[in-house]
Design a binder for this molecule. Structure first.
Ligand code: SIN
Length: 533
């Protein structure tokens, strides 16, 4: 058993920002960060485009950034939260620069600012085409200078500990459900440990692996959201899964697809169909820089029309020197598969990218479970509404990590450990006999979600998905009850829960809005509401 004052689950930008702030403010308190893979294997690392922030009020304004976010969110954003995000963003960016993150500057020493879909101004700060990697590097480096932060890698969180583990009946209507820590599977020893905490932050990232292709790494299995749902906490708006319009298309690829950042379109790249037409002109006045939901849907329609699995991204009109300097990683990646982007088009297709809903949190990042905060992609703060504005995610992670810290610091002294929590019991379970039972179910899940619950949905597809997921759930639950746990089994169980939450929320939303498009209800409804499970 371990004890820690602050327990942080996840080592991306949200978790590390919170950990650093807690460690600095409370040098005598312990901060424990746990992550299920390597320390830097996070969604943060793969964010290419950058951070949307108002850093120059001559050509941009807070109000413009607020309005762009609200428009992209298609009526469902929480306006107060959006205003908080945009207003507090510049201070958080200053802070991460102090921690060592570097953003590209021009010869005059001014930040270079990129543009992406839905933005009315150039405001995206970036580090070439590897902004997330640079921010993650800086934060991990900063963590090393705090002796009161411990970072444990390869440690899989199985479940949040609540009153349920003391033997009480906990339901959705139980008042004051409280998080006392977590049970974890130590991947190096295979032991299941109990970690008690005063405060816990879930910064466990996204859910992209629920789909066949995604820009997310293999760790993005929705663990945090699934755990909160099991612990009877509130989850909302899971139907809003953002598909990034331009992942590199590689025939037969499953899993993580290479991202072609939207910033490339910000520099002038154009989407073309198989006749060579720049089809976005017909779809939206903002053309290739319309918000992502609109661009991804237009690409999906073009793919269905042509029967092809991709469209083209034409970068040939971008100055080659400028392309190689701003996007060196994309240039090299394409070259490695035989595409010279300065002369040839890139084949691209939409891929699951970002979950706009998640664990319901308030303005302090507090979830519906006491002593449990959530921030970053796993949280639903209300800033993204029905469709996240490009490059607002790193900003949201920093702003709300600070807010979680601001709240947690006021109550940490009043909280104590709950020593009545029992150890994990594995009684009655045996080692799994064959992994095929897990790997095949995962393929089925990804197939169901991609074919029935992708960019375009309808009621019959959702009903079919729901029935098939029920069967997968039943079979996986049997495995979970009878076999010793493995990361693969735990992830599958979490991903089926995520699939269920997406389908359930999608079935309740009888309209089309933002990222949720149902051909049976093609219009937005008059009554706008969050769907809370
Ligand atoms: C991109 O660079 O296009 C992705 C960044 C984001 O998801 O905001």
């Amino acid at each position: 058993m371990r004890e820690t004052d602050f327990l942080v689950i996840g080592s991306g930008i949200a978790g590390l920002s919170f950990a650093l702030k807690c460690a600095k403010e409370f040098p005598d308190r312990k901060v424990l960060v746990i992550t299920k893979a390597k320390a830097d294997e996070t969604n943060t690392k793969y964010a290419q485009g950058g951070v949307a922030v108002v850093s120059d009020t001559t050509h941009d304004s807070i109000e413009q950034h607020v309005q762009d976010t609200l428009i992209a969110g298609d009526g469902l954003c929480n306006q107060n939260m959006v205003r908080m995000l945009v207003t507090e963003g510049p201070a958080r960016v200053e802070e991460i620069i102090e921690w060592g993150a570097r953003f590209d500057k021009d010869a005059a020493g001014e930040f270079k600012k990129g543009k992406e879909g839905g933005h009315s101004a150039h405001r995206i700060l970036h580090h070439k085409d590897v902004t997330g990697l640079e921010m993650e590097r800086a934060l991990l480096e900063a963590v090393k200078s705090f002796s009161n932060i411990e970072l444990i890698k390869h440690c899989f969180v199985i479940d949040l500990i609540t009153q349920h583990h003391e033997g009480y009946l906990v339901t959705k209507s139980t008042p004051n459900i409280t998080c006392f820590g977590v049970y974890v599977l130590n991947r190096e020893t295979n032991a299941i440990d109990k970690i008690l905490s005063r405060v816990t932050l879930l910064a466990s990232g996204g859910v992209g692996q629920v789909y066949r292709t995604t820009t997310n790494p293999s760790i993005a299995t929705g663990d945090g959201v699934a755990m909160v749902y099991r612990a009877k906490g509130k989850i909302e708006n899971m139907e809003f899964i953002q598909f990034h319009p331009t992942a590199l298309y590689e025939p037969g690829l499953r899993g993580q697809a290479f991202l072609i950042t939207e910033a490339v379109r910000g520099e002038g790249a154009i989407l073309r169909n198989h006749q060579g037409d720049d089809f976005m002109k017909q779809v939206d006045a903002r053309k290739d820089l319309a918000p992502r939901d609109i661009v991804a849907r237009a690409i999906d329609a073009e793919m269905k029309k042509s029967g092809m699995e991709f469209v083209w991204l034409d970068c040939t009109q971008i100055d080659p020197v400028q392309f190689k300097s701003h996007f060196p990683t994309i240039y090299e990646k394409c070259l490695s598969i035989g595409i010279d982007v300065t002369k040839q088009f890139i084949p691209v297709a939409p891929a699951a990218h970002y979950s706009c809903g998640g664990i319901q949190t308030n303005e302090w990042g507090a979830s519906s479970i006491q002593r449990l905060y959530a921030c970053g992609e796993c949280a639903s703060t209300g800033v993204h509404g029905a469709n996240r504005l490009a490059s607002n995610s790193l900003l949201e992670a920093m702003v709300f990590a600070h807010r979680c810290f601001d709240h947690a610091r006021t109550c940490i002294d009043t909280l104590s450990y709950n020593y009545a929590i029992p150890e994990w019991s594995a009684t009655g379970t045996t080692d799994p006999k064959e992994m095929i039972l897990i790997t095949q179910s995962l393929k089925e899940l990804q197939q169901i979600m991609s074919d029935y619950v992708g960019i375009v949905r309808n009621d019959i597809r959702l009903q079919r998905a729901s029935r098939r997921l029920d069967l997968l759930w039943e079979e996986t639950e049997q495995l979970y009850q009878n076999t010793t746990v493995s990361p693969q089994l735990l992830e599958l169980r979490n991903m089926i829960t995520i699939g269920y939450l997406i389908v359930k929320c999608a079935s309740f939303r009888k309209e089309s809005r933002g990222l949720h498009y149902n051909t049976d209800y093609p219009q937005a409804a008059a009554l706008i509401q969050n769907i809370v499970l």
